[in-house]
Ligand binder design. Structure first.
Ligand code: NDP
Length: 377
């Protein structure tokens, strides 16, 4: 069924105004992998604003958040983003399309976009915000400021392995952590968890900017992270990492991809009273809003983060939460770094469009050593 749509696609006119449906993998309710459904009849995306573009998807990258969203994670906050006035019925997000990374070709541009920023036929990549329909479909509509020209040296499959983790790393390290290409030289950075998507990207960007990078990961991931440039590797499967890390020179920034108990000791690894920061990507923000509702959840989140930031400020270090944020401009810079050979795509597994459930299971199993990508015919 998945393959047979190919011939149908060729009959389409290049203008989206002729199309009303497209093939996609959707979910109609939250749950386990069995809720994934292939359909040829998903609604074709529509340009609603002059700054939007429609992209024909060539490859879709998967992230742990796709598995979490399949199960309903973040549903309350996403519903508020999609429908701020709360006029729609609950469940109006279905059929929901997952997939947060896209590499593809611009198929149609809003009036404000062409020809200044993009034009039809441009090869582009983007990280798709979780409140928008995703890339496990033949087409996706995005704001032009979320989109960037894809690196020329990468295939679509390789390109789809980068945007979401890159935008997350950029948000955490640059916007929250204050690191830039110009202030990174010789800074000591610790990445807790070094072998997944966010970290394999972060290691490369930080090394390209001249930082000294220490990572924790499983022993069998050491070759991968050293190959990406990590200077020092601590095996977390050999025992608690706190002791070996305490024995090292203190750090200017800790990026925490692991969460949980790490918060109780990782801030002690920072250089005190010189602007050093701990940035964690593992935050209870969406759990709070799912559990308490958007207003109370946001209040709870604000109180929690403010209390923690204040507590650590008195010890001379900064405590911050990192969040994914869509960022086409950052992707422009990253695209240049990729084409300059400073960052490579780490594709661990590639699946065809008919194998989306298997691809989701791969991500769900964890122990990632790079990214899982679905090619879209
Ligand atoms: P991945 O699934 O790609 O990677 C997870 C990696 O962590 C695996 O390689 C795993 O390998 C390793 N790992 C697990 N436990 C530990 C540990 N205790 N110490 C060291 N390594 C460990 O995840 P991503 O890179 O995409 O995401 C990383 C984290 O960031 C996730 O927790 C995710 O939820 C979060 N995130 C948050 C975002 C936000 O907006 N706040 C956005 C994106 C991601 P192994 O188990 O074999 O050691």
């Amino acid at each position: 069924e998945v393959r047979s749509h190919k011939s149908q696609k060729r009959q389409f006119n290049t203008s989206s105004s002729h199309m009303t449906i497209m093939p996609a993998w959707v979910i109609d309710r939250y749950g386990s992998n069995s809720v994934l459904r292939y359909t040829k009849n998903a609604a074709f995306p529509i340009i609603n604003y002059p700054n939007e573009v429609i992209i024909q998807v060539h490859a879709a990258g998967l992230n742990p958040i796709d598995v979490s969203m399949r199960g309903g994670y973040g549903a309350a906050s996403m519903a508020m983003k999609r429908d701020p006035l709360n006029v729609k019925q609950s469940g109006s997000e279905f059929p929901l399309i997952l997939g947060r990374d896209v590499s593809g070709v611009i198929m149609e541009c809003g009036l404000d976009v062409a020809p200044v920023y993009f034009k039809e036929g441009d090869e582009v990549w983007a990280a798709i915000p979780p409140w928008k329909q995703g890339s496990l479909a033949e087409f996706v509509v995005l704001s032009a400021n979320e989109v960037s020209k894809k690196p020329k040296c990468l295939s679509h499959t390789e390109a789809a392995a980068i945007p979401y983790v890159a935008a997350t790393a950029w948000s955490a390290l640059v916007n929250t952590g204050g690191l830039t290409m110009d202030n990174c030289a010789k800074k000591r950075i610790l990445i807790l968890g070094g072998s997944g998507g966010v970290r394999t990207f972060s290691i490369q960007m930080l090394k390209a900017w001249g930082a000294h990078v220490t990572v924790t990961c499983s022993q069998n991931a050491e070759r991968l992270v050293r190959g990406l440039g990590a200077d020092h590797v601590v095996d977390y499967t050999a025992g608690p990492v706190e002791g070996p890390l305490r024995a090292l020179e203190k750090f200017d920034l800790v990026l925490d991809n692991v969460g949980g108990a790490t918060e109780s000791w990782a801030l002690g690894l920072l250089k005190p009273w010189c602007g050093a920061k701990y940035v964690t990507l593992v935050t209870p923000f969406l759990q709070n809003t799912d559990r308490l509702g958007v207003a109370d959840g946001m209040l709870q989140t604000g109180v929690t983060v403010a209390a923690k930031a204040l507590k650590h400020l008195t010890k001379g270090v900064h405590y911050r939460w990192g969040m994914f944020a869509p960022n086409g401009l950052a992707l422009d810079d990253i695209s240049e770094m990729v084409d300059a050979g400073k960052i490579c795509a780490v594709v661990e597994a590639e699946f065809s469009f008919s194998q989306v459930p298997q691809a989701m299971l791969k991500v769900e199993k964890g122990h990632a050593r790079g990214k899982t990508v679905v090619t879209v015919p």
